[in-house]
Design a protein around this ligand. Structure first.
Ligand SMILES: Cc1ncc(COP(=O)(O)O)c(C=O)c1O
Length: 355
């Protein structure tokens, strides 16, 4: 790829920092005043604020979105296979494996690239321990289709902060997310206080505010320092998501007549985490955009059933045709809350000029 400097990036955390500086500065000062850096008042306050913002009773902060999935699966005390989408970040599968479970995969809906829940239902067997549906690109899956399935469901909401969801779910605060920290972070939300208690034990070495490992735990705690920033960003989330949706709609309208690209279908309640289109000659288009200082991404270039690490799912090329085809065609264009209309229009103009 051309090393030309990027003028229009995929994300812009610097702008979020500038807008919220007095708030995170105050939280940081308070953190230093108390010299409490692990599981202190900032994390406790953020957990309450995040739970309320997500419409849940409890939130439990952990060290990453991957850990949120792992810790939640461990708290469910299941054994066997975990069914998830073939089109997601590799970390969904990595996190399932880290819980000592075997990831297996379902295909996706070709219009949205969300997990095909009819296909998922068909793949439920006696060894299925749990299902991990993924609200990919900020688009909420309608989980009604899984009603009656007798296995626990843990939602991967790592890309869907603020989307209208309920039930047990895992979030990531990776810096580029709709709600991003300045490093790794994650959280699990639930309405079940007993499950929340287990989650708190597991993330803290199995301890119960003592020095005894009561259950098999790990060390995965959200840092106080990240909570300072997340608390400052959280009140902006709804406005940022609104702006993201506006931009996604502007892209949809502007690209509707462009022959070379086809935007994915938009789902009600989307928080537009990524703007993904199918593109003819995708890799050449990326090169062209890069030559004009425009960042792009591929989310994701290989469906998970074709990753060497997940070979034991026993699936091969051709098994999940919609995910495999999409992986060859998709490209993510710049989309973040601080993207200007002018920059978006320039991206569109460059896409058009390529074709
Ligand atoms: C869909 C999805 N699942 C899981 C993860 C893992 O989150 P993290 O990077 O915070 O471990 C991510 C983010 O990378 C993601 O986008």
């Amino acid at each position: 790829m051309d090393p030309r400097p990027i003028r229009i990036p995929l994300a812009n955390l610097a702008a979020a920092l500038a807008e919220t500086e007095p708030v995170w500065q105050a939280h940081l000062a308070e953190m230093h005043r108390r010299s409490h850096y692990i599981l202190g008042p900032q994390v406790a306050a953020f957990e309450q604020e995040f739970a309320a913002a997500m419409g849940a009773k409890e939130a439990v902060g952990v060290a990453s979105g991957s850990d949120a999935i792992t810790v939640a699966l461990r708290a469910l005390r299941v054994t066997g296979d975990v069914l998830t989408s073939a089109m997601t970040a590799p970390f969904t599968g990595v996190a399932i494996r880290a819980a000592g479970l075997r990831p297996v995969f379902a295909d996706v809906d070709p219009e949205t690239l969300l997990m095909d829940l009819d296909d998922a239902r068909r793949r439920v067997t006696r060894t299925t321990a749990a299902i991990v549906p993924v609200h990919l690109y900020g688009q909420p899956l309608d989980l009604e289709k899984l009603r009656g399935v007798r296995v626990p469901i843990l939602q991967d909401a790592c890309q869907a902060h603020g989307a209208p969801l309920c039930g047990l779910r895992a979030y990531s605060f990776y810096p580029t997310k709709n709600l991003g920290a300045l490093g790794d972070g994650g959280a699990i939300v639930t309405d079940d206080p007993r499950l929340a208690q287990r989650l708190r034990e597991i993330r803290d070495g199995g301890r119960r505010n003592d020095q005894v490992a009561h259950v098999e735990g790990i060390n995965s705690r959200l840092d106080e320092i990240q909570a300072c920033y997340l608390r400052a960003f959280l009140p902006c989330l709804a406005g940022w998501n609104q702006r993201r949706r506006q931009l996604a709609e502007r892209y949809d309208a502007a690209l509707a007549e462009c022959d070379g690209v086809r935007p994915l279908a938009r789902v009600a309640g989307s928080v537009a985490h990524l703007y993904v289109v199918r593109a003819k000659r995708r890799d050449q288009l990326r090169q062209h955009l890069s030559e004009h200082g425009i960042a792009s991404g591929i989310h994701y270039p290989r469906p998970l059933h074709l990753h060497p690490a997940f070979r034991d799912a026993g699936m091969k090329r051709g098994d999940l045709p919609h995910a495999e085809r999409a992986a060859r065609e998709i490209i993510s264009l710049p989309l973040h809350a601080y993207l200007s209309d002018a920059d978006l229009d320039e991206v569109v103009a460059r896409v058009r000029s390529f074709y």
